[in-house]
Design a protein around this ligand. Sequence first.
Ligand code: PMP
Length: 288
Amino acid sequence: MKIFIDGKFCNERDAKVSVFDHGLLYGDGVFEGIRAYNGRVFKLREHIDRLYASAKAILLEIPLTQAQMMKATVDTIRANKLRDCYVRLIVTRGIGTLGLNPRSCKKPSIIIIAGKIQVYPAELYARGMDIVTVPTVRNLHSAVNPAIKSLNYLNNILAKIEANNAGVEEAVMLNAEGFVSEGTADNIFIIKKGALYTPPLYAGALYGITRGTVMELAEQSGIKVAETNLTRYDLFNADECFLTGTGAEIMPVIKIDGRIIGTGKPGPISKQLTEEYHALTKVSGEPI
Ligand code: PMP
């Protein structure tokens, strides 16, 4: 595997970062997870825009233009001769002193890894997922804004551990007011009486690229879409529920906190949107 580090490709064995990189010492940095399907990078422009928006929010100046970053991403996939893959873009604050002050970091580091994607088994998509809400509250947007895709994922990891402890695959996080925010690495949607609902960003959600795509697909099919605060009650009484993310794509949810959702099987609108999403991934994107 060829890994891009600061403008050079190196082998997996030599792909190392300094123990003084503030990405490691403090989680000071930002990242993206992107997928390529059928020789095209899906929604590359949107992912690059979000990377630079996250970096701007933490005053991290990425030492490449957006066009150069897009090219580096495509070049990394090409160097690995991949057509269907997952790409991880990472920008760290760079090497500094042991103190947390980012002023000691003179140059941010850019890492691009293109590898195989680990997906959930097909049976799970067919059956639907059992999830729980967890005690760990989503970061306040006035603290570390969940819209920033930062290297500091402890909030999400704690929620994931709580899902593991509950014996399920995924957790839904609520915000400090008790409204639904999102999964640990996915956005959440419900369907009620034919309309699609998802929490607004201010509820503590990441501006998910898959979320945006699914909203567009729904609107194109004449399905009403609304961003609105949701409670656990709304989740329990939904007709359908699903999670969205670059890795998971669209994952139907059939049980939440022991309550069966809808018929207990992936519903028709979830299935329709999944088919439309898969069709789109096959034909659109930046050619490799
Ligand atoms: N929320 C969080 C916390 C995430 O890390 C992600 C990305 N995996 C998502 C939502 C989904 O975003 P996207 O559709 O852009 O992958």
